[in-house]
Design a protein around this ligand. Structure first.
Ligand code: HEC
Length: 416
C-alpha cells in the first residue's frame, strides 16, 4: 500500500473519531445541562406523592411532560429505569482515542517540543497518561479529606490545582498539547466522578431499597458534590478542547494564565444559568465580569514572547532529516517556498495576514520537512491551501508535494 493511502486513511480515522467524540460529548453535556436545569426548576406543591421533593411541567416536541423527583427513592422501584452513564463513558473513550491518534501517534509534531523538554516519545506518552491518572486519584482523595467538607474551600483548592497543572503542562509539552492535556485532565475527573462515585453510589441505594433498608443519605450527598463539580467544569473543558485550533490561545507565552481565567469564566457563566434556572432571574454581573476577563485574555495573548516553533534545534533537525534526504525534496521545497512561505513565516508579507497562520512556519528546509504531512494534506491531497489558491499553485506542483511525501516515507520507513 502507498504511504499516501495510509495517510488518507489515518486522516479519515482522525476525523471519524473526532465526529463521534463531538456527538457523544453533546449527548453527555446536553443531558447534564438538562438535568441541572430540571433539578433547579422543580417546585414543591401540596398533594405531591410521598417522597416526591418537587415537580415541574415541561413542554417539548408536541407533548407535555410531568417530571417528579424522588429525593432518595420512590417507595417502590419500577422494573425498567434509564441510567445516564454511557454518554459520559463514551465521551471519555473517544476522547482518549483522539489523544492517542493526534498526540501519541504524532508525538514529535504535537506533543513534544525539544525546546520545552527533550522527552523521548515513550516518555511523553507515559507522562501524559500518568498525569491524567494521578490527577483523578489526587482529586478523589481531596474530596474525601477534611478539605472536602467545605464546598467553597474545596473549589478554591481545586482551582489552585488546575492552575498549577496548567503551568506544569506548559513546562513539559508543546503549548498545544498543554492546554489539551489540561482539558483531558479535567474531563477525566468528570467521567471518573460518574464511573467511580455517582453511578456506584446510586447502585448501592437501589440495592438497599430492594433489600428493604434505608439508604445512607451520605451516598447521595457525595454524588451531589461531584455532580456540582462536573457542572462547573464543563464549559472550561470545551474551551480547552477547542483551543488547539487557535494558536493565540495555546502558542503564546501566557497560555497557562489564559487557561486559568477560562476556568473562572466557565464558573461565572454556569453561575448565571444556575441562578436563572433556580428562579433567581437574570444576573448581569457574571456576563460583565466574563467579558472583562475575555478582554484580559486577548491582551495576554499578545503580551510576552511567542515561543519559536521548534526551529533549528538538533532533535527537530534529526526528525526532519529523512524527509530532506530524498531526491524529490528540492522540488517540493521550491513549491512551498514560492507558494506558501509568504504567509507561513514569522512575519508574513502577504497583505492582510498579520501572524503566522495557525503557527505553521514553512520558510526553511527543516520546518518544511517537519510539516510534510500537513503540507500534503492541505495542498497535495486536498486543495485547502493556499486559501482560494491566491498564490496560483499548479496541479503539477501539488503532485510534486505528494511525490515527495511518498518517496520520503517509503525511504524512511516511517509509518505515518
Ligand atoms: C495567503 C496566505 C496563505 C498562503 C499563501 C498559504 N497559506 Fe496555509 N494558511 C493560511 C491561513 C490563513 C491558515 C489558517 C486557516 C484556518 O484558520 O483554518 C493557514 C493554515 C495552514 C495550515 C494549517 C491547517 C490546520 O488547520 O492545521 C497548513 C498546514 C497550511 N496552511 C499549509 C499551507 C501550504 C502547504 C501552503 C502552500 C501550498 C499554504 N499553506 C499557503 C494562509 C496561507
Amino acid at each position: 500500500m502507498f504511504a499516501e493511502d495510509l495517510a488518507v486513511m489515518w486522516e479519515w480515522l482522525a476525523f471519524g473519531v473526532r465526529w463521534l467524540h463531538v456527538i457523544v460529548g453533546i449527548a453527555w453535556i446536553g443531558s447534564s445541562f438538562y438535568f441541572i436545569a430540571l433539578d433547579l426548576g422543580l417546585k414543591k406543591r401540596p398533594g405531591l406523592p410521598e417522597g416526591v421533593s418537587g415537580e415541574e411541567w415541561q413542554v417539548h416536541g408536541g407533548g407535555f411532560y410531568r417530571m417528579q423527583k424522588y429525593l432518595v427513592a420512590p417507595p417502590e422501584l419500577p422494573e425498567h429505569m434509564t441510567w445516564f452513564k454511557w454518554e459520559s463513558y463514551s465521551t471519555w473513550l473517544t476522547g482518549f482515542a483522539m489523544l492517542a491518534i493526534v498526540y501519541y501517534a504524532g508525538a514529535n509534531l504535537y506533543l513534544i517540543d525539544p525546546n520545552v523538554m527533550d522527552l523521548p516519545v515513550w516518555g511523553g506518552i507515559a507522562l501524559s497518561m500518568a498525569s491524567i491518572g494521578v490527577g483523578w486519584v489526587l482529586y478523589d482523595l481531596l474530596c474525601k479529606s477534611p478539605v472536602g467538607k467545605s464546598q467553597n474551600g474545596l473549589m478554591i483548592v481545586l482551582f489552585a490545582i488546575l492552575v498549577a497543572m496548567a503551568w506544569g503542562y506548559t513546562q513539559v509539552f508543546t503549548g498545544r498539547a498543554a492546554l489539551l492535556h489540561l482539558g483531558a485532565f479535567t474531563a477525566t475527573i468528570m467521567t471518573a466522578n460518574v464511573f467511580f462515585i455517582i453511578i456506584p453510589n446510586q447502585k448501592i441505594v437501589v440495592a438497599d431499597l430492594l433489600a428493604g433498608k434505608t439508604p445512607d443519605p451520605r451516598l447521595g450527598q457525595q454524588a451531589k458534590q461531584r455532580s456540582l463539580h462536573n457542572n462547573y467544569l464543563t464549559l472550561p473543558v470545551l474551551f480547552l478542547m477547542l483551543s488547539n485550533h487557535y494558536p493565540l490561545a495555546f502558542a503564546t507565552e501566557y497560555n497557562w494564565v489564559i487557561a486559568a481565567l477560562i476556568f473562572l469564566i466557565g464558573v461565572l457563566i454556569r453561575h448565571y444559568f444556575n441562578t436563572l434556572h433556580g428562579g433567581g432571574g437574570h444576573l448581569a454581573w457574571p456576563w460583565a465580569l466574563s467579558a472583562a476577563l475575555f478582554i484580559a485574555i486577548m491582551w495576554l495573548s499578545t503580551a510576552g514572547r511567542v515561543p519559536a516553533s521548534g526551529e533549528g534545534d538538533q532533535a527537530s533537525l534529526a526528525a526532519a532529516q529523512p524527509m530532506m534526504a530524498v531526491e524529490s525534496f528540492a522540488e517540493a521545497r521550491d513549491v512551498v517556498l514560492t507558494r506558501c512561505s509568504m504567509c507561513h513565516t514569522a512575519e508574513p508579507v502577504w497583505e492582510g495576514v498579520h501572524r503566522t497562520p495557525k503557527n505553521v512556519v514553512l520558510d526553511n528546509d527543516a520546518t518544511i520537512a517537519l510539516n510534510a504531512r500537513r503540507i500534503v494534506m492541505q495542498a497535495g491531497l486536498s486543495h485547502a491551501m493556499p486559501p482560494a489558491n491566491v498564490t496560483e499553485i499548479t496541479d503539477t506542483e501539488r503532485q510534486a508535494l505528494v511525490r515527495w511525501y511518498d518517496e520520503a516515507r517509503a525511504a524512511s520507513g516511517l509509518a505515518l
